[in-house]
Ligand binder design. Structure first.
Ligand code: UT7
Length: 334
C-alpha cells in the first residue's frame, strides 16, 4: 500500500481590526516603544475589543476563509480541532461552536490545550488521523484572545501579547510532501513560571481571586526566556539533523513569535539566514496558538511546493518541539 502523507492544502486567517500600538500602551503603563522594540520586538498587536466576542469569533473567520480558499464543501469536513488557551467557555469547546457556525454536518470536533505549542502539537495529531486513511479533510485552527487574560496594568506582560486566529486544511496525498516528522516534548516543570492562577478547578473564581488579579496570565519572563531559547534551539537542530536537513536545504523556519531575541537565537543555532525566517511578531505580538499558522497565512505567497519548513515553538507546561513539513503548493490561494 502506498504511504499516505498529510499535506496542507490551504490557509485562512483573521486578526481583529483594532490595533493597540506601543504609544497607546505607554499611556497605560510605565513603558516605551524603544524598550518594547529592543527587548521584545513588538510594534503593535491586534485586539478583539468588541463586547461579547470571544476566541471562537476569530476562529470562525479564519476557518470560513479557509473553506472558501480551498473550495471546501461543509459536508466533506471530517474533523475540526482548535488549539487554544482562551476558549469562549470552559465547555463546550470552540470546535463545537465552529461546527454550527460553518454548517458542518458530518464532523466531530474538539479543542486541544498545549498553550503556545497548541498548533505545533495539533499538526502532528491531525496528521495521524490523515495517515490512518480514515479521514480526508481536517480543519485545524490555532486561536487565542490573549487580551482576555492579560493584565493591562502589568508592564512585564501586557506589551507581549495580541489576539488572532489562523487555520490549515489537512488532506491525504501519496506525493512526497506534507508533515514528514516531528519531535514534541512536555516536562511539566514549567508550571511555577507560566500559568493562570485562578478560574480552574484548583482555585475557582471568587471575590478573592478577582480582587487579587488571579485571572491574569502570570509569567516569570527571564526563566521562560532561558528555557525557550535552549529548548527550541536544541530540538530544531536535532530534528534537522535527524532528517538530513542543513542550513542550505532548510527553506523556511517558522518559529513561535514570543520574542524577537528568542527567534534570532534559534535561527542562529540553525545557522539559517534571517531572510529564511518567517517573522511577523512586530505586527501581531504573541498570539499563542495563533502564531505559527498566522505566519504561514502572512507569507503564503513566498512558499513553493516541496519547500522544507521547520516549525518550532515553546510554551507553558513547559511544552516545546519542532516539526518538519514539505510545503504542498505554489503561492497564495485566493
Ligand atoms: O509564549 C510563551 C513563552 N513566553 C516567552 O517566550 C516569553 C519569554 N520572556 C521574555 O520574552 C522576556 O523575558 C520578557 C519580554 C518577558 C521580559 O524581558 P527581559 O529582557 O527578560 O526583561 P526583565 O524581566 O529581565 O526586566 C528587565 C528590566 C526590569 O527593570 P530592572 O529590574 O532591571 O530595573 C523590568 O522592570 O526591564 C523592566 N521592564 C520594563 N521596562 C520598560 C519590564 N517590562 C518593562 C516594560 N517597559 N514594558
Amino acid at each position: 500500500m502506498e504511504k499516505i502523507n498529510a499535506v496542507v492544502t490551504g490557509v485562512g486567517g483573521y486578526v481583529p481590526d483594532y490595533i493597540l500600538t506601543n504609544d497607546e500602551l505607554s499611556r497605560m503603563v510605565d513603558t516605551n516603544d524603544e524598550w518594547i522594540m529592543t527587548r521584545i520586538g513588538v510594534k503593535e498587536r491586534h485586539i478583539l475589543n468588541e463586547e461579547g466576542l470571544g476566541t471562537s469569533y476569530m476562529a470562525r473567520k479564519a476557518a470560513k476563509q479557509l473553506m472558501q480558499r480551498t473550495g471546501s464543501n461543509p459536508d466533506d469536513i471530517d474533523l475540526v480541532i482548535v488549539a487554544t488557551s482562551t476558549p469562549d467557555y470552559q465547555f463546550p469547546s470552540i470546535a463545537s461552536i465552529l461546527c454550527d457556525k460553518l454548517g458542518l454536518k458530518r464532523a466531530f470536533a474538539y479543542d486541544m490545550s498545549a498553550a503556545c505549542c497548541g498548533f505545533l502539537f495539533m499538526m502532528e495529531t491531525a496528521a495521524n488521523y490523515i495517515r490512518s486513511g480514515r479521514y480526508k479533510k481536517i480543519i485545524i485552527v490555532g486561536a487565542d484572545k490573549m487580551s482576555s487574560i492579560v493584565n493591562y496594568s502589568d508592564r512585564a506582560t501586557c506589551p507581549i501579547f495580541g489576539d488572532g486566529a489562523a487555520a490549515f486544511m489537512l488532506e491525504p496525498t501519496t506525493e512526497d510532501v506534507g508533515i514528514m516528522d516531528s519531535m514534541l516534548r512536555t516536562d511539566g516543570k514549567g508550571l511555577p513560571f507560566l500559568h493562570l492562577k485562578a478560574g480552574g478547578s484548583v482555585c475557582p473564581a471568587s471575590y478573592f481571586t478577582v480582587d487579587n488579579h488571579m485571572h491574569y496570565l502570570y509569567q516569570e519572563g527571564r526563566t521562560v526566556f532561558k528555557y525557550a531559547v535552549s529548548n527550541m534551539s536544541d530540538i530544531s537542530v536535532a530534528l534537522a539533523e535527524k532528517n538530513g536537513l542543513t542550513k542550505d536545504t532548510i527553506d523556511w523556519v517558522v518559529p513561535h513569535q514570543a520574542n524577537l531575541r528568542i527567534i534570532d537565537a534559534v535561527a542562529h543555532r540553525l545557522e539559517v539566514p534571517h531572510e529564511k525566517v518567517l517573522i511577523n511578531i512586530e505586527r501581531y505580538g504573541n498570539t499563542s496558538a495563533g502564531t505559527l499558522p498566522l505566519c504561514i497565512w502572512d507569507f503564503e505567497e513566498k512558499l513553493k511546493k516541496g519547500d522544507n519548513i521547520i516549525f518550532t515553538a515553546f510554551g507553558a507546561g513547559f511544552t516545546w518541539g519542532a516539526l518538519y513539513m514539505k510545503w504542498g503548493y505554489d503561492g497564495k490561494k485566493q
